[in-house]
Design a protein around this ligand. Structure first.
Ligand code: GTP
Ligand code: MG
Length: 186
């Protein structure tokens, strides 16, 4: 992994998920360290300089919004990403169901079969519920080896926000799962 670290110039993190789960709010909360009451559909791409990231690698954070982007633009971003955060809202069952029925297949179809992109499941709006969504999420994690980890967070009370982006960096720089299957290449 130290070789990988030396070779990698930067990390590109893409956030996807159903509308209104809080993708833009998560990015803005990270950048401004406070919850923005009003957000655009899509945040500008931001680059965090190496020296202020935990892993010392320049990190690009890319937002997605169905309202402002075409499917083709989404597919291009999926292709460019080093790690993809699939965001759902812990108080919205439909947004969780879409992780498996829509987002994972869409990502699989649009990435190179030999180099799977690591995924992180992000349950946002944890401030709105008493109970964790982990019971629902764990079977999904066990089913898909490309899912590196999952995290529950809140853009509103800034819970687990910096952790989320740290996990995303780590998934690229120090992956724990196999990112390619040698037997498939034979
Ligand atoms: P699209 O751009 O339409 O795909 O939505 P999005 O996923 O970017 O969601 P956005 O950040 O626009 O947030 C949608 C709504 O959820 C807004 O009203 C936010 O204020 C609210 N919201 C976002 N994060 C949180 C959170 O952690 N807790 C609570 N309570 N509300 C949140
Ligand atoms: Mg948005």
């Amino acid at each position: 992994s130290s070789t990988l670290e030396r070779m990698r110039k930067d990390v590109r993190i893409l956030l996807v998920g159903e509308p209104k789960v809080g993708k833009t709010s998560l990015i803005m909360s990270l950048v401004s360290e406070e919850f923005p009451n009003v957000v655009p559909y899509r945040a500008e791409e931001i680059t965090i300089p190496a020296d202020v990231t935990p892993e010392r690698v320049p990190t690009h954070i890319v937002d997605y919004s169905e309202a402002e982007q075409t499917d083709e633009q989404l597919f291009q971003e999926i292709n460019k990403a080093n790690v993809i955060c699939i965001v759902y809202s812990v108080n919205n069952k439909n947004s969780i169901e879409k992780v498996v029925s829509h987002w994972i297949p869409l990502i699989t179809e649009n990435t190179d079969k030999d180099s799977r992109v690591p995924l992180i499941l992000v349950g946002n709006k944890s401030d709105l519920v008493e109970h964790s969504s982990m019971e629902t999420i764990l079977p999904i994690m066990n089913q898909y080896s490309e899912i590196e980890t999952c995290v529950e967070c809140s853009a509103k009370n800034l819970k687990n926000i910096s952790e989320l982006f740290y996990y995303a960096q780590k998934a690229v720089l120090h992956p724990t799962g196999p990112l390619y299957c040698p037997e498939k290449k034979a």
